[in-house]
Ligand binder design. Structure first.
Ligand code: ADP
Ligand code: MG
Length: 729
C-alpha cells in the first residue's frame, strides 16, 4: 500500500514548473477582455438597448422581455465573435459552490438547418430543474422547477467557450434558493438607509454602495500526493497525520520568496482572472507551509462576491494545469494555521466618499463617526447572528483555534478612536449643549487624522477590526461564499442606520438642532455598545472570562450557533426588513443543519474506512514483523539473553496491539452512534447528535492512528505524511 505514497513522492521530486500562459503586453491590455462590460455594451448594443441596460444597472431593476431581446442580440454577436458556442445561467445555490447548466446556441431553423440563436427570453430567465439543490424543504419534488433570472448589475462573461450569465435562483413559488437574491435585497436596503443618514451631512448623496475586498487564503498540494490521500479527496481535510517535526514554528514561510512552481501557478490564474475583470492585486506566502493568499482590489459587494466565487473556480482549474490541487478548506492540516477569507468592508457614496474614512473637516468627520458608531452598534446588537453567518462544519475547526478569530465576536477600533468615543460619551450631556461645548466637541472631531491607518495599531486577534478606512471581518471561512456574512452584516447595518435616523429625527422634533441630536444618539449608542469593544488579545484565556462577564455570545456548538438565525432579534433584522420571509429563513437554517450533519457523516465514513482498511492492516503487518522477530530471537538465544533482547520489542507489540484494538472499538462505537443519530427526524437534534455523539470519535480515532504513524515502519506507511505534504512542491 505504501507504493502509492512512494510513487507519488517520486513524481513530485521530478516535477518541473509549468510555464504560465500569460499573453504578451501589459495587463491593462487584456483586463476584462472576456467580460461584456459597459464599454463593450456600448459597442455591441443599439443606443436604445444600451440606455435600457445602463438604467437597469443604476436602478437595480430587471429588464422586460422586449428590452431583453434587444440586449440579447448584442450579447450574442459579441459571444460568437469570441468563439462561444454555449451559454449558461451561472448562480450561487446554497451549496457553497456555483452552478451552471450549459445549452448550445444551436437551434433547428428552416429546412432543418442548424442556426445559432440566443433570445432575450433565455438571457433574462431560465428554468433549471432545481430538485437536486438544497432547499430546506421549500420545494417539493413535484414543483421542482426553479427560476434563474439575470442579475443585470453583474456583467456576463465568457469562460472557455461558454457565455455565463450571473443570475439569482428562486423557487417556482418565488422563494430564494440562493445567496444572490437576498444579498441584492440587503444591498438596496443598505443603500436606502445609508442615503437617508448621509442626507444629514450632504444633500448631494443619492446612492450608497457597500464595498468589499476579499483576502483569500488557500493551501496548495501536489496532485500526486492529493490522490494518495482519500481523506483530502473526499473530505477536503487530512483526518489523520502526525504533526511534522518542523512546520511553522520558525515563521520562515510567511512573506517568504514564492517557490517557482507556485509562482507559475499564481501568474497563470491571475492572468485568467484579469481577463475576467477580476482585479487581483496582492499575493504572498501565508504563515503555514504551503499556504498562500491572494487579494483583489475591493469592489462593490455583489460584484466582489461573484468575482471571488469565480476566482476560486479559476484557481481550481488552473491548479490542475500545474499539477497542484488548491485546498480551500478552513483547516486542511491539524496543528498549523487554517485559512480564512478576510472580508474588508466599507460603504461609499456616489459623491466619492468612503463613509468609513475620516475626512478633512469636522462635518465629514462627524459623518465618519456616525457610520463608525452605527456599525459598532449593529455588531453589538447582532453578535450572535454575525457569528451564525460564518459558522459551519469546516470553519468550526478553525474558529477558536489558537491562530484564528475566536468564537466571540468583538470589535477593535484602536486606542485613538476608543479615546475619541469615550470623549463623546463623557462630554455630551442630555441637557442642551452650550455653543462652547459644541465647538469644543467639533474641534476634537475635526482633528481626527485623515489617514487613521498609521494610528490604528492593527490587532490581528480581533474578528472584526477597524483598519483605518474599513472594517475587516476575519471570521469568514476560506471556502465560504461570502454572501452569507455580507447578507447579515449589510442587513444589520441597514436596520441600524434606519433606527439611527428615527432616533435623531425624534430629538430634532423636540426642538434640538441636528448636530446636537446626532451627538446625543451617538453617545447613547457608544454607551450601549461598550461591551463589544475590545482592544486586547482575542486569543487569550482571560478574554473568554471577560467576554462572559460582558454577556457576549460565546457559543461553540455549530448547530446552536446557526440556530441564532431564528432568534427574535435576528428575525427583526432579516425578516422585518423584507430580506427573507420566515419560511425562507427557516429553510436556510434547515439547509445549514443538513450540511453540517452530512459533512460529519462523510468525515466519519472516510475516517472509518481509512482506519480499518489502511491503518489497521498496516499496523498488523508491522506487528507481525515484530512478532516474527521476537520468535527468531527465542530460537537463537537462551532465556536470559532473550529476555534482555526482546523486552523493548515485546512492549512495542503490546502498544501497537492496544492502538489497533482501540481503533477497532472506537470505529464500531462511532458507527453505532451514527446509526442512532440517523434515525432522529428533527434536523436540529440530528445535527446536535452528530456534533456531540459522532464528531468526538474523529479526534479519538485520529489520536491512535497518529501514535501508530510514529511507531510503524516508514517503509510501509500507506499515506503521505505531513512533512511530505507540507514541504514538497
Ligand atoms: P492586509 O492583509 O494588510 O489587511 P491586504 O492588502 O491583503 O491587507 O488586503 C486589504 C484589502 O482591503 C484589499 O482587498 C483592499 O482592496 C481592501 N480595501 C481597501 N479599502 C477598502 C474599502 N474602502 N472597502 C473595502 N475594501 C477595501
Ligand atoms: Mg487584511
Amino acid at each position: 500500500m505504501a507504493e502509492l505514497r512512494f510513487s507519488a513522492l517520486r513524481e513530485v521530486f521530478n516535477r518541473e514548473a509549468v510555464a504560465p500562459q500569460t499573453p504578451s503586453g501589459v495587463i491593462s491590455d487584456y483586463f476584462g477582455e472576456n467580460v461584456f462590460d459597459l464599454a463593450k455594451m456600448e459597442h455591441y448594443l443599439s443606443s436604445e438597448a444600451f440606455k435600457v441596460v445602463k438604467r437597469a444597472i443604476n436602478e437595480g431593476k430587471s429588464l422586460s422581455r422586449q428590452e431583453a431581446g434587444l440586449v440579447a442580440t448584442g450579447v450574442k454577436a459579441w459571444a460568437i465573435e469570441k468563439g462561444a458556442t454555449h451559454y449558461t445561467h451561472w448562480f450561487h445555490p446554497l451549496t457553497d459552490g456555483t452552478a451552471e447548466k450549459h445549452d448550445g446556441f444551436i437551434e433547428t431553423g428552416e429546412h432543418g438547418k442548424i442556426v445559432e440563436k440566443f433570445s432575450g427570453e433565455v438571457l433574462v430567465q431560465s428554468e433549471p430543474d432545481a430538485s437536486s439543490f438544497p432547499s430546506g424543504g421549500i420545494r417539493n419534488t413535484f414543483e421542482a422547477r426553479g427560476y434563474t433570472a439575470w442579475d443585470v448589475s453583474s456583467p456576463v462573461f465568457i469562460v472557455g467557450t461558454t457565455l455565463c450569465i450571473p443570475t439569482i435562483f428562486v423557487s417556482y413559488t418565488g422563494e430564494a434558493l440562493d445567496y444572490k437574491a437576498p444579498l441584492l435585497k440587503t444591498l438596496s436596503e443598505l443603500d436606502r438607509a445609508a442615503v437617508d443618514v448621509c442626507q444629514y451631512f450632504d444633500k448631494d448623496v443619492t446612492k450608497v454602495i457597500s464595498t468589499l475586498g476579499i483576502e483569500q487564503e488557500y493551501f496548495l498540494i501536489d496532485e500526486a500526493l492529493y490522490y494518495a490521500r482519500p481523506d483530502l479527496m473526499l473530505a477536503e481535510r487530512t483526518m489523520m497525520g502526525h504533526q511534522s517535526s518542523k512546520d511553522q514554528q520558525l515563521s520562515d514561510h510567511y512573506f517568504g520568496s514564492i517557490p517557482e512552481r507556485v509562482m507559475c501557478f499564481m501568474e497563470d490564474f491571475e492572468c485568467e482572472a484579469y481577463k475576467l475583470g477580476i482585479p487581483v492585486k496582492t499575493r504572498h506566502n501565508e504563515v503555514a507551509p504551503n499556504q498562500f493568499e491572494c487579494a483583489p482590489i475591493f469592489e462593490e459587494v455583489n460584484l466582489a462576491v461573484d468575482h471571488n466565487q469565480l476566482l476560486m473556480d479559476i484557481m481550481k482549474r488552473v491548479a490542475r494545469r500545474h499539477r497542484f490541487r488548491v485546498l480551500f478548506h478552513e483547516k486542511p492540516f491539524a496543528g498549523i494555521n487554517g485559512s480564512g477569507k478576510h472580508n474588508n468592508w466599507s460603504m461609499a457614496t456616489d459623491t466619492g466618499v468612503n463613509l468609513l474614512s475620516p475626512g478633512k473637516n469636522p462635518k465629514s468627520n462627524l459623518q465618519f463617526l456616525t457610520f463608525l458608531v452605527n456599525v459598532v452598534k449593529a455588531v453589538n446588537d447582532n453578535d450572535a447572528l454575525l457569528r451564525a453567518s460564518v459558522m459551519n462544519e469546516t470553519n468550526s475547526y478553525r474558529l477558536g483555534g489558537h491562530e484564528a478569530p475566536p468564537a466571540i465576536i468583538s470589535v477593535f477600533v484602536g486606542t485613538y478612536l476608543t479615546e475619541m468615543l469615550q470623549n463623546i460619551a463623557n462630554k455630551v450631556t442630555d441637557r442642551k449643549m452650550t455653543p462652547a461645548q459644541k465647538t469644543e466637541l467639533k474641534l476634537g472631531i475635526g482633528k481626527i487624522p485623515e489617514i487613521l491607518l498609521d494610528n490604528t495599531d492593527r490587532n490581528r486577534t480581533s474578528p472584526f477590526a477597524f483598519t483605518g478606512n474599513r472594517f475587516e471581518f476575519r471570521a469568514v471561512g476560506s471556502s465560504a461564499n461570502c454572501s452569507a456574512a455580507m447578507i447579515v452584516l449589510n442587513a444589520a447595518v441597514a436596520a441600524q442606520l434606519s433606527q439611527f435616523k428615527k432616533d435623531v429625527d425624534a430629538i430634532i422634533k423636540k426642538g434640538r438642532n441636528k448636530d446636537e441630536a446626532i451627538f446625543q444618539v451617538l453617545k447613547k449608542y457608544i454607551l450601549e455598545s461598550e461591551r463589544i469593544l475590545f482592544e486586547g488579545d482575542g486569543y487569550s484565556k482571560e478574554w473568554h472570562a471577560e467576554a462572559a462577564k460582558r454577556g457576549l455570545c460565546n457559543i461553540k456548538s455549530v448547530p446552536e450557533s446557526i440556530g441564532k438565525y431564528l432568534a427574535p432579534g435576528s428575525r427583526k433584522v432579516l425578516v422585518a426588513s423584507g430580506i427573507f420571509t420566515d419560511k425562507e429563513l427557516e429553510s436556510r437554517v434547515e439547509v445549514e443543519y443538513e450540511k453540517f450533519t452530512k459533512k460529519i457523516q462523510i468525515e466519519a465514513r472516510v475516517l472509518g474506512d481509512l482506519a480499518i482498511n489502511h491503518i489497521v492492516p498496516t499496523a498488523v503487518t508491522y506487528m507481525t514483523t515484530l512478532i516474527d522477530n521476537v520468535k527468531g530471537l527465542r530460537d537463537i538465544f537462551n532465556d536470559i539473553e532473550f529476555e534482555r533482547l526482546a523486552g523493548a520489542r515485546k512492549e512495542m507489540i503490546v502498544t501497537i496491539s492496544d492502538h489497533i484494538s482501540n481503533i477497532k472499538r472506537l470505529v464500531n462505537e462511532m458507527i453505532e452512534a451514527r446509526k442512532k443519530a440517523n434515525v432522529i427526524e428533527d434536523s436540529y437534534k440530528k445535527a446536535l447528535a452528530y456534533e456531540n455523539k459522532v464528531k468526538p470519535y474523529l479526534d479519538e480515532i485520529r489520536y491512535h492512528i497518529d501514535k501508530l504513524e510514529l511507531m510503524v515502519d516508514n517503509e510501509i506507511w500507506p499515506l503521505p505524511k505531513y512533512r511530505e505534504m507540507l514541504f514538497t512542491r
